[in-house]
Design a protein around this ligand. Structure first.
Ligand code: SF4
Length: 691
């Protein structure tokens, strides 16, 4: 038995809190504080504290399951792997490689995400791979690349937050999603700085703000334009900075000037005095930041919405300067690393582009294949799910539960049911795994070693602390075994460090260059920030702060985005007069596949609810706890009423962690952003009635 505690990181969100796992005499591990990790200094939310419960959960899968006679029944690993390989091979022979789909997750380690992308392109030869991170932050990534030439969630460490002058937090409820991060914002206020929160709901985060603006869902693009209008009108543009470090200002300025404050007030519901106050708070200090999360990003205009907030930063000289900048608060545990190393439809490792001949040549050489054998870009996540059962006949799914987490979930569930073959790797029988033809039980975070990249761009080492139960294998072993069965005997190691060494070479010279990072360094240091190119003269320092000298564009200048307000893909009408917005609660995580198996978390958050304003409740004749039906053009969800003045009267809110009749994603709209292909989770038109 292991005796010493093992330093590692939480399996859940992108804050990647440091923790240590200490063995228990009765078997298993308990979480102990790890104050040496600077991001959380030992603090954890309930999800992190209780994470070991999933390791020993009674519903943990410990045997492969194979569908036989309509039922999933236990099988040997050989039987299960043979069945997957033979079905994938058969369908590829009959329908071609693009009939095979691969769907990954933002919780997979860098090593798994890298190997999954390589497996899809080298072994299966399919272009049809994407991952659920597309649902999480792709609009911010697209806007970041457009403006700065590079997407790294935060271009500075969180420790800079308390020392800036003002933070505008747009569509982020950190009090529920990343509670330990709140201390940075309390310290900001203790130091005399101000916090502005923009959210249609008066969340626990908004309650801590100096100024809370509550726009209608989907109008924060107009809000940002209105603020920029006032910046110009009040003479607060940093002309020298705009001249020296940016391009495209005149077009962006003209767009902003078309958005008069009174017009913006009509669109957003935020009063002109509040707009003026926000501009004053943001512009008066020497330094300031804008941080966005899912609110502005999960829109059919998410890239432009984030672009509008970046424009505000650029016009006021608040990007690429000390203690100033724009950042995205990435959500999933490895949402950042997961989008850098090849499980995204258009990407190769190192944040290289699949349609770039030089990138293809570099990665093909590392992989020992002909560049021409690599398929081109594939479909985005929702488009891939939408094509299941038609163009795509078989799916290999790892680390995701789209039956709960995808938009228009009933349709996605139908598509999954119509597949010829579905294989799922998971730790429990998730709602999606329950539909599979083969389910493989895989190791969890504490049972395996691997790296993740936090929302700060800090590459971290998660260490194995406990042996996996008998009958369970790692995702890397699964991919190795499948590759072998499909005729590729080399290139799919099962040791994470061996994979990481290859990833270092594949990423070398790319945007997300990890070549100077080693497991040894990660074990000795509290993470290393990318880009970190290898150096001959000693360890590379890594890059905690980006853009201080130049942006990552060809000419070193940041680009303004020429954006204008446009409505939601679905606006309220007589049949669907209310807007639905969705989000998370503190005690559950994403589709709930893990956290719904933890007693303490279930006790704190046992099920879905519909949050609504007393005025709307009165119109419906609804009282607290009444069962409400929320109906959109895509379906109907039922959950109890939770009445609060902390939400706009024209909006209802549902958390999305649960399946069944309260599944919020039954309602959500899969309208996609034209650039990022991110669905509009954050607003759709609904009607609400007593169930
Ligand atoms: Fe884990 Fe995120 Fe909670 Fe930290 S905030 S303990 S990383 S879930």
């Amino acid at each position: 038995m292991r005796t010493a505690s093992t330093p590692t990181h939480c399996p859940y969100c992108a804050l990647q809190c440091g923790m240590a796992l200490s063995p228990l005499p009765t078997g298993g591990v308990e979480v102990v504080e790890r104050p040496d990790f600077p991001v959380n200094r030992g603090a954890l939310c309930g999800k992190g504290r209780t994470a070991p419960a999933v390791l020993s959960s009674a519903v943990r899968l410990t045997s492969p399951l194979v569908r036989s006679g309509g039922e999933l029944v236990p099988a040997t690993w050989e039987e299960a792997l043979d069945r997957i390989a033979s079905e994938l091979g058969r369908i590829r022979d009959e329908h071609g490689p693009d009939a095979l789909g691969v769907f990954g997750g933002g919780g997979l380690t860098n090593e798994k995400a890298y190997t999954l992308g390589k497996f899809a392109r080298v072994v299966l030869g399919t272009s049809q791979i994407d991952y659920n991170g597309r649902f999480c932050m792709s609009s911010a990534a697209a806007a970041g690349v457009r403006a700065f030439g590079l997407d790294r969630g935060l271009p500075f460490p969180l420790e800079d937050v308390p020392r800036t002058g003002c933070v505008i937090l747009v569509g982020s409820n950190l009090a529920e999603t990343m509670p330990p991060s709140l201390r940075f914002f309390s310290e900001l206020r203790d130091n005399g700085g101000t916090l502005i929160v923009i959210d249609p709901r008066r969340t626990r985060t908004a309650e801590q703000a100096d100024l809370h603006l509550a726009p209608r869902p989907g109008t924060d693009l107009a809000l940002a334009l209105g603020l920029l209008h006032l910046v110009v009108a009040e003479g607060r543009v940093d002309e020298e900075y705009v001249r020296e470090r940016t391009a495209g200002w005149e077009e962006a300025r003209a767009a902003a000037m078309a958005h008069w404050p009174e017009y913006v007030e009509r669109i957003t519901g935020v009063s002109v005095p509040h707009l003026r106050e926000a501009v004053r708070l943001f512009c008066e200090p020497e330094a300031a930041m804008v941080l966005t999360a899912r609110g502005p990003e999960q829109q059919s205009k998410g890239t432009d919405t984030v672009g509008a907030w970046i424009n505000l930063c650029l016009a006021t000289g608040r990007a690429g300067r000390p203690l100033s900048g724009y950042g995205c608060l990435t959500g999933q545990g490895n949402g950042q690393g997961g989008r850098e190393h090849g499980q995204k439809a258009d990407q190769l490792p190192g944040y290289r582009k699949l349609d770039d001949p030089a990138a293809r040549a570099h990665v093909a050489e590392v992989w020992g294949v002909d560049p021409d054998s690599l398929p081109g870009p594939g479909r985005s996540a929702y488009e891939l799910l939408d094509a299941l059962g038609t163009d795509i006949r078989a799916l290999l799914l790892m680390g995701s539960n789209p039956v709960v987490s995808a938009p228009h979930a009933a349709h996605v569930e139908d598509r999954i049911r119509s597949l010829d073959f579905l294989a799922v790797c998971d730790v429990v029988l998730s709602e999606t795994a329950a539909l599979a033809d083969v389910v493989l039980p895989v190791t969890q975070w504490a049972e395996e070693t691997g790296t993740t990249t936090s929302l700060e761009g800090r590459v971290l080492l998660r260490r194995r602390a406990i042996d996996a139960p008998d009958g369970v294998r790692s995702d890397l072993e699964v991919l190795h075994e499948l590759a072998t069965r499909l005729g590729v005997e080399k290139g799919f190691p099962v040791e994470p460090e061996e994979v990481f060494e290859e990833l270092r070479r594949a990423s070398a010279g790319g945007i997300a260059d990890y070549s100077g990072i080693t497991y040894r360094r990660l074990a000795e240091e509290n993470g290393v920030f990318w880009p970190c190119p290898a150096r001959d003269d000693g360890p590379a320092p890594g890059t905690p702060r980006l853009f201080l000298d130049r942006f990552a564009t060809p000419d070193g200048r940041a680009r303004f985005a020429p954006v204008a307000h446009r409505p939601n893909a679905e606006e309220p009408d007589d049949d669907y007069p209310v807007l639905l917005t969705t989000g998370r609660v503190v005690a559950q995580y994403q589709s709930g596949a893990q956290t719904r198996r933890v007693e303490e978390l279930n006790a704190a958050a046992p099920g879905p609810f519909v949050e609504l304003h007393p005025r709307l409740a009165a119109r419906l004749g609804a009282a607290e706890g009444d069962r409400l039906a929320v109906v959109s053009r895509r379906g109907r969800a039922v959950a109890p009423a939770r009445i609060t003045t902390g939400i706009r009267p024209d909006t209802v809110f549902m958390p999305f962690h649960w399946p069944g009749e309260g599944r919020a994603n039954t309602l959500t709209n899969p309208a996609l952003d034209p650039i990022s292909r991110m669905p509009e989770f954050k607003s759709c038109a609904v009607r609400v009635e007593l169930a």
